[in-house]
Design a protein around this ligand. Structure first.
Ligand code: KG4
Ligand code: ZN
Length: 343
């Protein structure tokens, strides 16, 4: 089956998202977000997210099928995010996908949300996605991966020791009063700021860190430094703080990604996850990868944040690679590790 038709369901956090792909072609990408319901709490509230998924899932599937101009009977497989994520939220997707797949007698693929973020790259060009180094930066995870085979062989080279990059954006945004989610808010504010106004620390980049933890990240020192700066500087310029904070994160992410390319001898980098939508990250990555002779791919911003297309893309790759579907009753695994591509 060269061009499998796959429907993907994503409900790991606050987006109820359905994607439909035929091979590399994206046919539908429907997203219903409950982000506005969480904003006043300054973060995602699991119970609110689960209830919103329950309300949105069936209409979202219907909208996607209509947009893709297909019939559910035409599907070759159903794919769903089985983890990691909020357990109640994941369960809505997993049970809906299980019901749909068994009702249609189609194979069901329970896939890893993090691998799916990387695999969306497959929809954006004609080249193979792997082997590649992948920088995965989202609200809950930040890691550097060596992806030898996106459908089954992912090695974690390093990860954050404390906050995820997106989490750091969200927390600093809250301290600065810029709202939730913080990444887009800081990205916007930073556009008018001077990125070298304040020299914020670059976590885990001392000489000994490069020897012992070359591919790990830490953003807690940066977070503290920004909070101290805000306290000590009553008339601080919001855009300068945003730009300097953003620069410190972007700088370390790209430095370490390129170091991983060099060490592994893989001259390809995919940047994925919500933080990959950051406009400064995209520019810096482009400049430095060009200089280093590394082929860079970053999906369009809409495909970087959570979506169903990425789940469908990974499902389609699994079908094409002849990987077996999930056996028995599929379970949601809230802390599924990044190296387990499917369940
Ligand atoms: O991948 P994602 O949509 O959801 C998770 O799997 O976590 O990532 C969400 C994270 C949030 O922390 C959000 O603040 C961040 O991605 N984000 C950004 C930008 N857009 C979203 N961070 C920096 N700059 C952005 N433009
Ligand atoms: Zn995500």
């Amino acid at each position: 089956m060269s061009e499998p038709l796959v429907l993907g369901i994503e409900t790991s956090c606050d987006e109820t998202a359905i994607g439909i792909v035929r091979g590399r072609t994206l046919l539908a990408n429907e997203i219903a977000s409950s982000v506005d319901e969480h904003a006043r709490f300054g973060g995602v509230v699991p119970e609110i997210a689960s209830r919103a998924h329950l309300e949105a899932i069936i209409p979202s599937i219907q909208r996607a099928v209509k947009a893709a101009k297909i019939s559910l009977d035409d599907l070759d497989a159903v794919a769903v995010t089985a983890g990691p994520g909020l357990v109640g939220a994941l369960l809505v997707g997993v049970s809906s996908a299980s019901g749909l797949a068994s009702g249609l007698s189609k194979p069901l693929y329970g896939v890893n949300h993090l691998a799916a973020h990387v695999s969306v790259d497959y929809l954006t060009h004609d080249l193979p996605t792997d082997p590649t180094i992948a920088l995965l930066v989202s609200g809950g995870h930040s890691s550097l991966l060596q992806v030898d085979d996106i459908t089954g062989s992912i090695k974690k080279l390093g990860a954050t020791m404390d906050d995820a990059a997106g989490e750091a954006f969200d927390k600093i945004s809250r301290v600065m009063g810029l709202g939730f989610p913080g990444g887009p808010a800081i990205d916007r504010s930073a556009k008018d700021g001077n990125a070298s106004a304040i020299d914020f620390p670059r976590g885990l980049t001392t000489r000994s860190d490069w020897q012992t933890r070359p591919f790990d990240f830490s953003f807690s020192g940066l977070k503290t430094a920004v909070a101290r700066y805000l306290e000590a500087t009553p008339n601080y310029k919001m855009s300068d703080v945003a730009a300097s904070f953003q620069e410190a994160i972007v700088d370390v992410l790209i430095l370490k990604s390129l170091a991983a390319c060099k060490e592994s001898g893989i001259d390809s980098l995919v940047i994925a996850g919500g933080v990959a939508a950051n406009s400064r990250l995209r520019v810096v990555a482009q400049e430095r990868c060009a200089k280093a002779g590394v082929r860079l791919r970053i999906p369009s911003p809409a495909l970087c944040t959570d979506n169903g297309a990425m789940v469908a893309a990974l499902g389609s790759l699994m079908v094409s690679a002849g990987r077996p579907p999930s056996a028995g009753a599929l379970d949601a695994q809230s802390s599924l590790g990044v190296e387990t591509v499917s369940l």
